[in-house]
Design a protein around this ligand. Structure first.
Ligand code: ADP
Length: 448
């Protein structure tokens, strides 16, 4: 998961948890506030009623001789007031309770204030009620408003967080990840400094630059060393070869001596092939080739097939060239592309089964022109796939036959063209090598 998404998720989850807690606490707070508010209202109503009673006299409300009760309620029965003679004659003066009351044969739940008072030695009880349903509906409205506000604030903070994360991680995404994603070899690494106010990113970028600089220096030294050693060995080996050839021309050589010379020649030949391959890799890695050819791919493959046909025919292996006849590859080195395809097709024959099949085809993906060489051969074991491009790595039953440098040459040619190579294999069934050339180059050539 990307760091940006992870930060956004963690931020959102922690905020949701905090807001749920806040919502629960707020719920309780609103309930308490609503109750206090209702009770204060009831007390105000009580004070008002008592002052009216004191002003106009209790007899205006009830007649003691006739044992009457005063009761008043509004049309929706949300509120009611009653005054009655207090039979208990005293007790707690002011009591609040939640009780049901029957008005006109209907039961209602009320928050009730009970107030006992005395006028001229007579005890009365005043009861004022407010409908619980009314209080709850008010509560619900406040709750809905608070939920909406909380959700809005939650959404806004999450959005702000995502924006801030994006802004803070821009240098990391653009510079460091951008640099790493496009890296094909240490020499083409973008060593530019990072323009950011976040010191951690600047340190990371500097460390990365330093590391890549070291890797690139080591690689350059290694390439130079290989090139020098190969070059120094090539001349004496060629001299030895010609000396052995001259020796063979002598007429009076004993049989076992000739066999010995032929054996030495074979060894020298093998050594020469290896040095040639190493020199080629060193020259490719040191950019000693131009890259300004354009070639017709189908024709080039036909040429390779022609040169290699007899090897395929000996084992009845068919080679299908499915490249469109108009397909052109631009900005390449023709000789190197020839070697690249020759090695892949040659391997496809070498590691195929008798009566097998080889198919060469191409397609475009988003960024690359892809060339596929597929064979119905012996395949490559899963644990060996990651190392087959390494120098002198040979695998499988025919390992003794080659030098283990064919695919190393292929890889260096692909990298030289800023491309990539992938291999898929089902052991015993088939192997497919896919070479990716940057589509930009192929297209640029077409439009040129
Ligand atoms: P070699 O000289 O051994 O062919 P390469 O570098 O060309 O050296 O190949 C390295 C190894 O990769 C080979 O030894 C072989 O095991 C494996 N290999 C390469 N191409 C194929 C293929 N088409 N099918 C199966 N195995 C392959």
């Amino acid at each position: 998961m990307r760091l940006e998404l992870k930060l956004a998720l963690i931020g959102a989850i922690s905020k949701i948890v905090i807001f749920i807690l806040l919502f629960v606490l707020m719920q309780q707070f609103i309930d308490n506030q609503a109750l206090n508010h209702t009770d204060r209202d009831l007390v105000k109503m009580k004070d008002k009623t008592i002052s009216i009673v004191e002003k106009i006299g209790i007899n205006s409300f009830l007649n003691i001789e006739r044992d009457s009760v005063y009761a008043s309620y509004n049309m929706l029965k949300d509120e009611y007031i009653s005054i009655d003679i207090d039979p208990s004659k005293g007790g707690d003066k002011l009591v609040f309770s939640n009780e049901a009351r029957e008005i006109e044969d209907e039961d209602f739940d009320y928050r009730i204030l009970n107030y006992r008072f005395e006028i001229k030695g007579q005890h009365y009880v005043l009861e004022i009620g407010k409908s619980v349903q009314l209080i709850n509906s008010l509560n619900k409205m406040i709750q809905n408003i608070s939920i909406s506000i909380i959700l809005l604030v939650l959404l806004m903070t999450i959005m702000v967080d995502i924006g801030i994360n994006k802004y803070l991680l821009t240098p990391l995404n653009k510079m460091i990840i951008g640099k790493l994603k496009t890296i094909t070899d240490p020499e083409s690494f973008d060593f530019s400094a990072l323009n950011s106010s976040t010191s951690d990113f600047v340190s990371l970028n500097n460390a990365l630059n330093e590391l890549m600089y070291k890797v690139s220096t080591i690689l350059k030294n290694q390439q130079r060393f290989t090139a020098n050693v190969s070059h120094e060995l090539f001349t004496p080996i060629s001299v030895m070869q010609s000396k052995l050839e001259n020796l063979l021309l002598s007429n009076d050589l004993p049989e076992h001596f000739i066999a010995n010379i032929l054996d030495q020649q074979e060894h020298l030949n093998r050594l020469q092939q290896i040095i040639k391959a190493l020199l080629l890799i060193a020259r490719i890695e040191n950019d000693q080739f131009a890259k300004d050819d354009s070639l017709n791919l189908k024709q080039l493959i036909e040429e390779i097939i022609l040169n290699i046909e007899d090897r395929a025919q000996m084992r009845n292996i068919s080679i299908e060239n499915n490249i469109p006849s108009e397909q052109v590859l631009g900005r390449v080195n023709k000789s190197l592309v020839y070697i690249l395809l020759f090695n892949l097709i040659s391997n496809a024959i070498k590691y195929n089964k008798d009566n097998g099949k080889i198919q060469v085809s191409c397609f475009n993906d988003d960024l690359n022109f892809c060339l596929e060489i597929s064979d119905s051969g012996i395949g490559i074991d899963k644990d060996q796939i990651s190392t087959i491009f390494d120098r002198f790595k040979r695998a499988g039953p025919l390992a003794g036959e080659g030098y283990g440098l064919g695919l190393s040459i292929v890889k260096s040619i692909v990298l030289f063209h800023q491309g990539d190579i992938k291999v898929r294999s089902e052991p015993g069934i088939k192997t497919t090598f896919t070479v990716h050339f940057p589509l930009k180059d192929v297209n640029e050539f077409h439009s040129a």
